[in-house]
Design a protein around this ligand. Structure first.
Ligand code: SAH
Length: 273
């Protein structure tokens, strides 16, 4: 049993004991598309809710979302527990709330989108599959780049010792601050800044996760990753073209990079706005 699965029994009713050890799939899944064009999401907003008769606040809605992720082959009990607790619909515009438990990205304003639950869960699956030495239970000290609406930050707050989340767009960060009021506690700190620079005052981090992708991983992220820590981020392939999920493990002898599924994330931009 890995440390993060620990002694605490999962409360979530999915048969977690059957999920096995979270790990990196040997076979990459098909291309993951965490975002989709904003116009498509607006068009779909008129569609009736998939789960009629159930209130959006109900645990059953979140459990159905998690059950779909399990059916897709994702194995990460801690993120399922967190997803069963955090109401995704509370982080998106009310006009889009009826789509919040579908496996879809949704616009969150300023041309940005909240990632699909399956992509969020896959990134956490990769993050948890790293070394656990030094970080204790959960993800340890986390740096998140791209707070967006704050949904992923709320999930992290359930799984980490502390979270430092950076967003470059001020209005989005203001909204995330409101959304997170119930979920932050004193373990989460939100920063308005350029996440490409990381956040040296709280470094090193046991886990680094980015929700926006650039051509290369910023040096600052690698420099701020603790020995024994793991980074998961979208990034251009090192050979050839196209964006993939990149994992970097920092070992005592240096960094080891592996590439996983093809993805399409919003761009990692410089500066603040
Ligand atoms: N996980 C977020 C996804 C938001 S989309 C959620 O749950 O909503 C990606 C976010 O990354 C956007 O909000 C975008 O503004 C932000 N971003 C892009 N480049 C950035 C940078 N250099 N620093 C900080 N945030 C950045």
């Amino acid at each position: 049993m890995t440390e993060h699965q620990g002694a605490r029994r999962p409360r979530f009713p999915v048969a977690l004991e059957r999920l096995g050890r979270p790990g990196v799939s040997a076979q990459p899944r098909t291309t993951l598309r965490p975002q989709r064009p904003v116009h498509e999401a607006h068009r779909d907003a008129g569609r009736p809710s998939a789960a009629s008769g159930l209130g959006l606040d109900s645990l059953a809605m979140r459990q159905r979302m998690v059950a779909r992720l399990v059916a897709e082959g994702i194995r990460c009990a801690p993120v399922f527990e967190a997803m069963a607790m955090v109401p995704r619909h509370a982080f998106v515009d009310t006009a889009l709330a009826n789509q919040a438990y579908e496996d879809t990205s949704l616009p969150i304003g300023l041309g940005q989108t909240i990632s699909k639950p399956s992509v969020v869960a896959r990134m956490f699956e990769l993050l948890f599959a790293g070394q656990t030495a030094g970080r204790g239970a959960g993800l340890g000290r986390v740096l998140e780049i791209g707070t967006g609406c704050g949904y992923q930050t709320a999930l992290l707050a359930q799984m980490a010792q502390r979270v430092l989340s950076i967003e470059r767009l001020g209005p989005l960060l203001d909204r995330a601050t409101q959304h997170l009021s119930a979920w932050r506690g004193d373990r989460v700190r939100l920063v308005h800044g350029d996440g490409r620079l990381g956040h040296p005052p709280q470094a090193p981090y046991d886990s680094i996760i980015a929700a926006a992708g650039g051509d290369e991983l910023p040096d600052a992220w690698l420099a701020q990753l603790a020995v024994g820590g793991r980074l998961v981020a979208p990034c251009q392939r090192s050979a050839g073209r196209g964006q993939v999920l990149v994992v970097v493990d920092r070992n005592p002898g240096g960094c080891v990079r592996t590439e996983h599924e093809a993805v399409r994330f919003v761009p990692l931009k410089s500066g603040v706005a």
